[in-house]
Design a protein around this ligand. Sequence first.
Ligand SMILES: [Zn+2]
Length: 125
Amino acid sequence: MSVCDVCNVKLKKDSKRFSSAEVKKAVKAGFRQPSSGISSVIDDIAVREFGPEAKNFMEAQWIKQVMNDNSDWLLCPRCAEELEKKAKGRTKTIIRDVMGVVLSLIALALFILLIRWLSQFVSND
Ligand SMILES: [Zn+2]
């Protein structure tokens, strides 16, 4: 029986497959291993033995591992939901950023047109 590639729980039929690109995108958006399963036990031991930096180090190692992995990921429903939430959240943020830039440019263009229009009256005087 296979296990979830993120949290190591046993997978049933409701597991979900993701491409490595999708997982990398979600990790860049802040997706991390949940604090349960085998990884949390290792985390606890690491933090107890080496202090809180050990957890940051292990998280960095995990991210590095994800970024170097090009195989598909099989995730449990909980991790799949979390991953999709992160991926979606990032897309929304990008759309909001792009909209912000576009609106600023429109406002700037209108402002320039207004200045030009106003300067016409000034030069006619
Ligand atoms: Zn999982």
